[in-house]
Write a protein that binds this ligand. Structure first.
Ligand SMILES: [Zn+2]
Length: 291
């Protein structure tokens, strides 16, 4: 858990999992063992497990409280989801909703769900299994995500050569929300209220959005998978194996780092290890995280 203050607002990390989970050299095609030596002081062992050579990527949501409103950003993998393509996430059972309750929020008290993109580990708790059916976990919420991602994955999902897409997650975690009339798809840049806005940041997926928060002069950016790991702050040119469009993923990553360095915004990624957030310092065209 962890709670961070942005102006008069708070963002609380709701953990689903946090353990060594992805082989570093497979996750980052540009990975070199030397980076562990260069960055040992912050990387080992909250962000990298030297015994296994695995990255330690957290999977969590951010719970934002804006006045009486509860907003959940990215919804992890979810319980009971068949994920044969990714055994560690197959039919998972975690006390995620209990952790949300420990932060003072029941599912029916969530007003807004925002997904930075529609990959399997950002949409899972959109739905839960009830009497053999996938139903929205947050029945009183509007679910905001990009129309571009939706249309992209809908086309792939319907095509028998590529569907079911994203390990089946589009069917069990996105379509039921749309069918229930709870989806609010967005295109381009826009604002949801006086505090929250979003910007297109394509690359990791075609419709990835960055979510920005401004409160009493303080700023924060929820970057989803525009960056997965702290090492990408030093190496913005490093894409993950899961980045769909290599050139645009690099452009969007560098833009987020420039914006955070320039504005002093707190960066709240979806997968960084402890302490899970950082500020960004810039020196020339290089960046460094300040944890
Ligand atoms: Zn992710």
């Amino acid at each position: 858990m962890g709670m961070f203050t942005i102006g008069n607002l708070t963002a609380t990390r709701i953990e689903e999992s946090y353990e060594p989970n992805f082989d570093a050299a497979r996750f980052f095609p540009d990975w070199r063992p030397e980076v562990v030596h260069e960055h040992r002081d912050w990387m080992v062992s909250d962000h990298y497990d030297p015994a296994t050579g695995m990255l330690k990527l957290s999977v969590h949501s951010w719970l934002l409280k804006i006045g009486a409103k509860n907003i959940l950003i990215d919804t992890c993998v979810g319980n009971d989801k068949p994920r044969a393509h990714r055994p560690m996430w197959h039919l998972m059972r975690t006390p995620y909703l209990e952790r949300l309750a420990a932060a003072g929020v029941r599912p029916e008290q969530i007003d807004l769900v925002m997904c930075t993109h529609l990959h399997v580990d950002h949409i899972g708790w959109n739905t839960r299994l009830e009497n053999g059916k996938w139903v929205p976990t947050f029945p009183n919420a509007k679910y905001v995500f990009s129309r571009e991602d939706y249309e992209h994955y809908l086309a792939l999902d319907r095509d028998p050569r590529t569907g079911p897409v994203n390990g089946g997650s589009f069917r069990d975690s996105v379509l039921p929300v749309v069918e229930a009339g709870l989806a609010q798809m967005v295109t381009g840049a826009g604002a949801l209220d006086e505090y929250l806005s979003y910007d297109p940041a394509p690359g990791h997926t075609p419709g990835t959005i960055a979510i920005n928060l401004a409160a009493k002069g303080a700023r924060a950016t929820f970057c989803g998978d525009i960056l997965h790991h702290g090492v990408q702050v030093y190496h913005p040119e490093w894409n993950s194996f899961a980045c769909a469009d290599a050139a645009n993923a690099r452009i969007s990553r560098r833009r987020i780092l420039e914006q955070c360095a320039g504005s002093g915004a707190l960066l709240l990624p979806a997968h960084f290890g402890a302490p899970f957030v950082c500020h960004i310092d810039a020196k020339g065209d290089r960046f460094a995280p300040r944890f």
